[in-house]
Design a protein around this ligand. Structure first.
Ligand SMILES: NC(=O)c1ccc[n+]([C@@H]2O[C@H](COP(=O)([O-])OP(=O)(O)OC[C@H]3O[C@@H](n4cnc5c(N)ncnc54)[C@H](OP(=O)(O)O)[C@@H]3O)[C@@H](O)[C@H]2O)c1
Length: 335
């Protein structure tokens, strides 16, 4: 496993990280807790140290499961969670309504708000520490940006939490480069977490380039395009009730076929490294300039083991260029 710096925080974390959204069940048609804990253990056993979760993932469920899984192994983990999405109060910017279709565990409908108000962050960090069963969060990230709270006020409280030892590094997510300028001007920014994969490259010229130039860690999320780039989502795959992927244009049968056609053309590159499609996608992402960490979601130990092993797939410059040429030919047609 390769370990890379989390910006200027002094912390190093595995280049391939474990993403804990799906194990919270919400928006993924439910999740099996035993599989989830085993997936985290399998990841840690294979050298993964970076675990990324958030309060909103399963409305507390994902953080609780991560907390259970790291009991007794806390010191081996770079624990990343987030603040700023709230569902128990109406404050900040309205983000979305999580309706029954997204929730398998119960039938509650939640209104989710983006809120980075200092008093809410102070409250939520305690709740996260409690769920995670720890006294410190290694990387605390603002999940989505809130237009109603000045970034200076948010950074001030984050710096204070850092002074108290409750968090060790400060990150943002779903942010513009102008917002990142504000974080840095107000005091500190160690990382940025953004959507990035072979078929989601909008942030390349903006956030990725910005992070690379300014020594900020870039954590790619959904690098497997929520499973599509593993090749495991064929035309016949039926998503469980409550899985956000069903009904989305990206997961239409036509689009699955287009992604599978892309993967078929990439097969020689995967075969050359005895890698799976998923491993090739993760290795490609980790090799992009400025991309320091890749957060791969996994629901069970089998997926976790496969994803962790992507760190030993090293693509040479000419291979990366050839893969890019194939991706560019297909990307326009893929939703
Ligand atoms: N900051 C943000 O706003 C934000 C947003 C999204 C994600 N994230 C973070 O990024 C992490 C990763 O993103 P993601 O979970 O959205 O998507 P992802 O990593 O692109 O895909 C994860 C899904 O792909 C499938 N999969 C994973 N490994 C596989 C394997 N080896 N073989 C076959 N299928 C496999 C699993 O779903 P199935 O088995 O059900 O197909 C899994 O849930 C999240 O967990 C979260 O920590 C952050």
């Amino acid at each position: 496993m390769e370990y890379r710096k989390l910006g200027a925080s002094g912390i190093e974390a595995s280049a391939i990280g474990f993403g804990a959204w799906a194990i919270g069940g919400w928006m993924w048609g439910g999740a099996d807790e035993r599989d989830a804990v085993a997936a985290i253990h399998a990841s840690l056993d294979r050298g993964i140290t970076l675990l990324d979760t958030a309060p909103v993932y399963g409305f507390g469920r994902s953080e609780e499961i991560v907390g259970k899984a790291i009991r007794g192994r806390r010191d081996k983990v770079v624990l990343a969670t987030k603040c700023g999405l709230v569902w128990d109060i109406e404050a900040g910017d309205f983000h979305f309504r999580s309706d029954r279709r997204c929730i398998k565990m119960d039938a509650t409908e939640y209104k989710v708000f983006k809120c980075l108000r200092p008093d809410i962050i102070r409250r939520d960090v305690e709740t996260s520490l409690n769920r995670l069963g720890t006294d410190r969060i290694d990387l605390y990230q603002t999940h989505w940006q809130d237009s109603t709270t000045p970034i200076e006020e948010t950074v001030e409280v984050l710096l204070d939490l850092k002074k108290q030892g409750k968090i060790r590094a400060i990150g943002c997510s779903n942010a513009t480069t102008a917002q990142m300028d504000s974080y840095r001007a107000a005091g500190q920014l160690d990382s940025d977490q953004e959507l990035y994969s072979m078929i989601d490259r909008d942030r390349e010229r903006t956030n990725l380039d910005y992070c690379s130039r300014n020594g900020i860690a870039f954590l790619a999320y959904s690098p497997l395009a929520r499973g599509l780039l593993t090749g495991a989502i064929g035309p016949g795959r039926v998503f469980d009730d409550g899985d956000q992927r069903s009904g989305r244009p990206r997961f239409s049968v036509d689009n699955r076929r287009r992604v599978l056609a892309l993967l078929e053309e990439l097969r020689p590159f995967a075969d050359a490294h005895s890698a799976t499609f998923g491993q090739l996608a993760l290795a490609w992402t980790a090799a992009q300039r400025g991309c320091s960490h890749v957060l791969a979601g996994a629901r069970n130990p089998g997926q976790a083991v496969e994803n962790a092993a992507a760190s030993s797939v090293r693509l040479a410059g000419d291979e990366l260029a050839a893969i890019n040429a194939v991706v560019e030919r297909h990307r326009g047609g893929i939703a």
